[in-house]
Design a protein around this ligand. Structure first.
Ligand SMILES: Nc1ncnc2c1ncn2[C@@H]1O[C@H](COP(=O)(O)OP(=O)(O)O)[C@@H](O)[C@H]1O
Ligand SMILES: [Mg+2]
Length: 223
């Protein structure tokens, strides 16, 4: 099974304050892994490491058997997509339609004429069609977050790395997003959900970890 394998990961922004110390875990691509941690425990740092944005760690991280330090960003982006915690930091263009076009075609090999129809369907699902040509600076935080979720749907077959994915969403949208995760789970498509709160995700989680004492502690309780 494809996975991200993390072995003996150690990382510190400053030597005297380690964030991770010899932390190991495996993220199988067919499972939904949930990692919980208090504010400042290193959740976002972990996402940045996995997605190749932070390279100053020691230890080994393999994506499908390949050391991520030896894999180019473009190559990595073919198998994983990272939705950052801050909605605006996922934006790569001036309007949602341009943005989603880039998310769709940038790192996908199968981009063709049917792609604009798929984009429209995804925008319908997330109720953002009316926003498609508005400049991002006219959108609210929650609306921008939805554009990020649409980018995920356009990269459906990849492994999703999700940093606080439902923060800032209203209840309806949060429910739509959980349904999307349930559908994916049924198809054997996993993701990593990082959050300080698990309650909304309880029914979809396969494995649950806590960032504690600078490592990932598996929580085995029935959830
Ligand atoms: N670029 C940075 N430089 C120095 N320290 C940082 C940087 N980014 C985060 N930190 C610190 O590292 C710790 C973990 O941060 P972060 O991964 O954002 O936590 P979380 O997402 O769990 O809230 C925090 O103490 C934070 O202040
Ligand atoms: Mg964070």
């Amino acid at each position: 099974m494809k996975s991200i394998k993390i072995e003996d990961l150690s990382f510190a922004y400053r030597p005297e304050i380690p964030i991770f110390t010899d932390a190991s875990l495996e993220l199988p691509f067919n499972e939904i892994t949930f990692i919980k941690g208090a504010n400042g425990s290193g959740k976002t740092t972990f996402c940045r490491i996995l997605s190749g944005l932070e390279k100053r760690y020691t230890g080994l991280i393999h994506i499908n058997g390949l050391d991520i330090k030896s894999v180019s960003f473009t190559e990595r982006a073919k198998s994983i997509i990272y939705l950052k915690q801050e909605p605006l930091s996922n934006v790569v263009a001036a309007t949602p339609d341009e943005d989603l076009t880039l998310w769709q075609q940038g790192f996908n090999e199968n981009f063709d004429e049917s792609s604009s129809q798929l984009r429209k369907r995804v925008m319908d699902k997330l109720k953002i069609n009316h926003l498609r040509d508005k400049p991002f600076w006219e959108l609210s935080g929650g609306q921008i977050k939805r554009i990020g979720l649409a980018a995920l749907l356009l990269n459906y077959d990849k492994y999703w790395i999700l940093d606080e994915p439902i923060a800032g969403l209203d209840n309806t949208l949060a429910r739509i997003f959980i349904e999307i995760l349930e559908e994916r789970k049924a198809l054997g498509k996993g993701c990593l959900i990082i959050s300080h709160k698990e309650n909304k995700f309880m029914n979809v989680i396969d494995k649950y970890y806590l960032i504690e004492n600078k490592i990932f502690e598996r929580i085995m309780r029935k959830i």
